[in-house]
Design a protein around this ligand. Structure first.
Ligand code: SF4
Length: 220
């Protein structure tokens, strides 16, 4: 059973797979505590927020309601969508064991699967799962970024808000991830200052800037 906050189809708006038609499965629960998180409604797994799977699947706005769903229910819920790319996000999806879900999606349904994780939990997923690590360093939740997740990742999507973040990228992340073509700097809230910092660092490090394209084309 997994606590599911929402399942919907849209185009992936960030990183390597930007523009890809995708089915998003958003899991409830995160213990990282980023102050600028835009998904705070996914943090808690309280019984009071629990709803039926039908109610959760019918909601049109992002809110804290979630439903416990078994594998068969999740697989049935993605059937109406034509996309061949599945994004498992959160919350922090790697707070859960994703092996059964990712094995079914990849081996039985022949879908491509991407996980978006803060890299603070071990990745329990099919070995062909594309792991997007968005490392969150020294956040209030006290979680530690795991080097083995950085080394397992196919891409890094690093949030940039201040100059200190670039120093942390160099000291804490780059020793474990060498591919600059798959290193994306993402300005937090796309503020002017953060965007300028990300562009300067991309020139210096030979990596890329990623903006949240979905916010510009009016999709979720
Ligand atoms: S890891 Fe993601 S979901 Fe969790 S607090 Fe940070 S930004 Fe929000």
């Amino acid at each position: 059973m997994l606590p599911i906050n929402e399942i919907f189809a849209t185009v992936q708006g960030e990183g390597f797979h930007v523009g890809t038609p995708s089915i998003f499965i958003r899991l409830q629960g995160c213990d990282v505590g980023c102050g600028w998180c835009d998904s705070k409604h996914t943090w808690n797994v309280h019984a009071a927020q629990q709803s039926s799977a039908e109610q959760m699947l019918a909601k049109r706005d992002s809110d804290e309601r979630y439903a416990w769903m078994d594998l068969a229910q999740v697989l049935a819920a993605i059937q109406p969508f034509a996309a061949r790319h599945v994004v498992i996000t959160g919350g922090e999806p790697c707070a859960h064991d994703l092996r059964a879900l990712t094995e079914a999606l990849i081996d039985s349904f022949h879908l491509r699967v991407q996980i978006e994780t803060s890299a603070t939990h071990p990745v329990l997923a099919h070995r062909q799962t594309w792991v997007t690590a968005s490392p969150k360093i020294a956040m209030p939740g006290g979680k530690v970024v795991l080097p083995e997740v950085l080394e397992r990742a196919q891409e890094i999507k690093f949030p940039v808000g201040r100059a200190r973040d670039i120093e942390l990228l160099k000291s804490e992340i780059l020793p474990f991830f060498a591919d600059r073509e798959r290193l994306f700097l993402q300005p937090i809230s796309q503020s002017e200052r953060a965007t300028k910092l990300a562009i300067e660092a991309a020139f210096e490090l030979g990596c890329r800037v990623s903006i949240q394209v979905h916010k510009y084309i009016g999709v979720r």
